[in-house]
Design a protein around this ligand. Sequence first.
Ligand code: PRT
Ligand code: MG
Length: 214
Amino acid sequence: MTSITIALSKGRIFDDTAPLLKAAGVIALDDPETSRKLILTTTREDVRLIIVRASDVPTYVQYGSADMGIAGKDVLLEHGGAGLYQPLDLNIACCRMMVAVPDDFDYESAVRQGARLRVATKYLQTAREHFAKKGIHVDLIKLYGSMELAPLVGLADAIVDLVSSGNTLKANQLKAVEEIMPISARLVINQAALKLKYKTIQPLLEAFSAAVKS
Ligand code: PRT
Ligand code: MG
């Protein structure tokens, strides 16, 4: 029997992925929110799940410790995608990558004047590429979370972050001024595993694909 390991993060990715996994007959035997187990067996003897940090999913799949994984496009862009086959947009965990500034900051005029902006973000690659394309001069400051705080305490003029409802921006007197791109979660597959385990992976891929469409 060929066994498949799927890497995913708990929280919104796990919640949104559960119905897709179920369509392929995969139901975790423990709840990752309450269990401390990092390896979850499932209703399918040949499929197990490993629970990792969202930003670590591509790494586990790249090195073949997981055959497949589910990761946000934001995470995949920062990782670079080496060794990963990305066959399917799962259309889950959707949000938008945005530039945001304090309510009272005139972003348009700062850009027009060619001001050098300090931008705090977890998404260095994506931010660098975006501002370079627009010809906006930036100093990027790497943060690991809670980017919304940075402009409030003078660390940055702007942030690049994910926005879904917009409530976090609003609660911190920030406004979105530019959309960089829409974001959703993707299925990623280790390129070598795809070849070696094709007979097991292909039906899983088809089940996910059908579940996404329905
Ligand atoms: O939390 P951890 O540090 O472990 O990692 P993570 O934040 O990368 O993981 P997680 O589970 O929070 O997010 C996993 C994936 O969900 C991300 O990689 C995105 O692809 C996707 N996703 C979808 C989001 C959001 N929506 C989202 N709203 N990820 C984060 N957010 C955050 C955002 O950063 C901001 O702080 O939610 C806040 C904004 O939400 P609103 O609704 O107030 O606009
Ligand atoms: Mg988070």
